[in-house]
Design a protein. Sequence first.
Length: 294
Amino acid sequence: MKRYIATILIFTVCFGLLSGCQSQKKSKQTSFFEWTDAYGRNVCLEKEPQRIVSLSPAITEIFYLIGGQDKLVAVSDFCDYPKEVEKLPKVGGMQNINMEALLATHPDVVLIGSIVSKKDVETIEKMNIPVITVKEESSIEGMSNVIEVIGKITNLEAPAQYQAKRWRTHLALLKEEVKKNNASRRSAYYVVGFGDAGDFTAPKSSHINDIIELAGYDNIGKELSSWNVSREFLFQADPDIIIIRKEDYHTFTHQHPYTMLTAVKKGHVYPIESGWIDVVSPRNLKAIEYLRGL
């Protein structure tokens, strides 16, 4: 459960780019890609990267979305979509990177999620490998921006801009539909975690809140300032529907006291693919479409 909660917090989308090559002010050579990170540091790639390692499931998915998958030479243990990614070498997780396996892929750049420790980032940099870090953001609005940046890094700006525009257009249409049907919205609760370790759900500041609201529901977690939720709050809210990962569905619907919730009694608990909702990625649209069809 802790892994799920950490995963949700990690892959929401904004960016900060750490490290890479030093920009040379006196040089007349133009860098292929240059960016200023969230800390005011300049990051640059002197030439178009041909061998890229992605340690972010969301970024890996974007590569396939814009047609840049041929440049991927390895991915993290958590990158499992689309199915073709299974053929690529795995170089560990975000907190336990296999440096030997990473180095063996001879990457031109490594794209990572911000959960990667500063120590690991520094280790990769010492191997003279540029690192681009994706930092947390709470809203799915930023997905279009990260798609465009990945397009620049891979020299696939045209397909990236097309997909980014498609993303923004789709979100705008969904927002308009939600406004029209605002009066008839049912309340919803997404089970991030449950059981002896406590109950957790998506607060207003999360991308999951965006997904729930764009699907036309009223997220009961919008009143919360953190992912923790008291059982008292949950039972007082008594949501109309409950959304939960497929793998957790059976346990939750048969475990006391959750069996006392109205949605459980009425059979209004709906299993969903975790990859559609837990990570900010293009597949968030699948989650929205699924919820809209309930």
